[in-house]
Structures are given as C-alpha cells and as structure tokens.
Design a protein around this ligand. Structure first.
Ligand SMILES: [Zn+2]
Length: 132
C-alpha cells in the first residue's frame, strides 16, 4: 500500500517538484563549455584572467561559473523572482556584447530568453537578484 501511495504522489507532482541538482547543472555546463571550446580553439589565450590559472583550472572555473549562472536563472524562474540584473565587472576587459547588457534587468517573462543567451568563455558577469 505504501508503495502505491508513494507512486501516486510522485505522478501528481509538478515538474519543478523534484528539482535539478547541482550535478545536473554541472554536467550541462561541461557539455556547453566543450561546445564553446570546440568552436574557439584558442580560448585559453583570450581569457581576461589567463595568467592566473592553468588550462585545467580555467576549464574547471568556466564549468562552475556556467553551472552557477544557469542555476541562478533556474532558481529565479522556480521562485518567481521579480527580476535578474546583469552586471559586468565594469572594467576595461568587459567584452562589447556584455557591455550592452550591463545593468539590464530581465523580468520573469524574460528568464527563458536569458537562459538561451550564450555565456562566452571568459565572461565575468554576474546575475543579481531584483526583488521588486
Ligand atoms: Zn560577460
């Protein structure tokens, strides 16, 4: 009986209920980054922080950054957060594409398109929660 009940509870759950684990985001980020790297063989030499990290460290950093970025968007969507603000580092190394997004606030309806945008290798931008 208990088995039947738990099965029923599971099938009536919302798609969000089980949630994605950080490992899911990490695995997705590996795939995403490998795609970007394949298209930019010289990626390591264009990093704004290349002197500070080995290739392996930079790769891990890029994966973690991407996983976090995607999770922030996912959580904002799930918790119906009012907005996410794109913030660059505001220094001379910000790329033109990111510069255009600096300070832009993405509303709840825009999270999906935000998630479709490419986070380029070497991007140091952050998404900041906007609560009203
Ligand atoms: Zn950026």
């Amino acid at each position: 009986m208990a088995f039947w009940r738990s099965k029923k509870e599971k099938s009536s759950a919302t798609p969000w209920a089980e949630g994605k684990s950080f490992k899911d985001f990490f695995n997705d980020a590996v795939v995403e980054l490998e795609g970007l790297m394949a298209r930019a063989p010289g990626w390591y030499h264009t990093l704004p922080y290349s002197g500070a990290m080995s290739v392996e460290e930079a790769k891990n950093f890029e994966i973690e950054k991407r996983a976090l970025w995607r999770r922030v968007i996912y959580d904002a969507q799930r918790t119906q957060l009012a907005g996410l603000k794109w913030e660059t580092r505001g220094d001379g190394k910000v790329c033109p594409d990111c510069q255009k997004q600096d300070g832009r606030i993405f509303s709840l309806e825009e999270y999906e398109s935000l998630n479709q945008m490419v986070m380029h290798i070497g991007c140091r931008c952050n998404l900041v929660s906007v609560r009203e």
